[in-house]
Design a protein around this ligand. Structure first.
Ligand code: DER
Length: 282
């Protein structure tokens, strides 16, 4: 299908441009697009990949690495990251410590050389909605531990703003906190946050690889930096938020483990394979 072909083109382009044989630690995301990233890496040959460790972002990602015959690593077995630069201001350090930092940072401190992952939607500032596959916590843990984060996506995913075609922000939560978190989300302007149910796959809520639940919270399209420059506030008035402002508030709600908003600004690099295929968005 044209979509599968576009995913595959984006994945091969991403590996061509962002996978180096000198790398040691490579993060592997979750979902269907990242399968093609692994296929492209395997094609580099065992003499290249056998010297590396591939870090999963959940059970599906782990299975994908094992079945591809790639050496499996683990995020908690990596060398400790170097100190977060102390010259960073308190606000920035808080952002880094809370995973709110831009994934385009060319940090030295991260221990993974690169992380490849998909996304559910990407806006013009290269912010992403992630969590359609309920793997967002380990995805963000790996993404924020990587020197560069390569989001691999077909043309359907790029939208002018987040929540244009994708409707909800996935939030990974402690089950006990669900009722309180739901109430707080409603006060933040989410009309109808819902606990993700397993449907025919599982009676009751989806349970994540971390033993948590997913709350899917609808919001109005999230403003980007251009809107703020045009003077629109994005502080929740009328339920209209800017990406970072909402992300910070969601992250601080008691019982929230992680929020399915990944921040670009400095530029997550997206191998956006539009119809013409394989365009690289710097
Ligand atoms: O859950 C996620 O964020 C995944 O990356 C996922 O949603 C992307 O899935 P896809 O590559 O199958 O579209």
């Amino acid at each position: 299908s044209p979509i599968e072909a576009s995913k595959r083109r984006a994945a091969y382009k991403a590996v061509e441009d962002h996978f180096d044989t000198s790398y040691k630690y490579i993060g592997i995301g979750s979902g269907s697009t990242v399968v093609y990233v692994v296929e492209a890496i395997v094609a580099k040959g065992r003499e290249v990949t056998s010297k590396m460790a591939f870090i999963p972002t959940g059970d599906q990602s782990k299975q994908l690495i094992i079945e591809a015959g790639l050496p499996l690593g683990s995020i908690d077995a990596l060398p400790p990251v170097e100190e977060i630069p102390t010259k960073m201001g308190a606000e920035d350090a808080l952002d880094v410590a809370t995973g709110q930092q831009d994934l385009g940072l060319k940090g030295k401190r991260q221990s993974l050389d690169v992380a490849f992952d998909g996304a559910d939607e990407i806006d013009e500032d290269l912010n992403c909605i992630k969590g359609g596959g309920a793997c967002l916590f380990q995805e963000k843990l790996v993404a924020t531990s990587a020197k560069k984060f390569i989001c691999v996506a077909d043309y359907r995913k790029l939208q002018p703003r987040l929540l244009t075609s994708w409707q909800t922000i996935p939030i990974e939560i402690a089950p006990l906190a669900a009722p309180t978190i739901k109430r707080i989300l409603i006060t933040l302007g989410s009309p109808d946050p819902k606990i993700r149910q397993g449907g025919s796959a599982k009676a009751g809520p989806v349970v994540t690889d971390n033993g948590m639940w997913i709350m899917d919270a609808p919001f109005r399209p999230l403003l980007i930096s251009a809107d703020i420059k045009d003077g629109v506030k994005g502080d929740g008035e009328g339920g209209v938020w800017e990406v970072h402002q909402l992300g910070r508030r969601l992250k601080r709600i008691v019982g929230v483990l992680e929020v399915g908003l990944f921040y670009g600004r400095n530029g997550i690099q997206v191998a956006n394979a539009g119809e013409e295929g394989g365009g690289q968005k710097p």
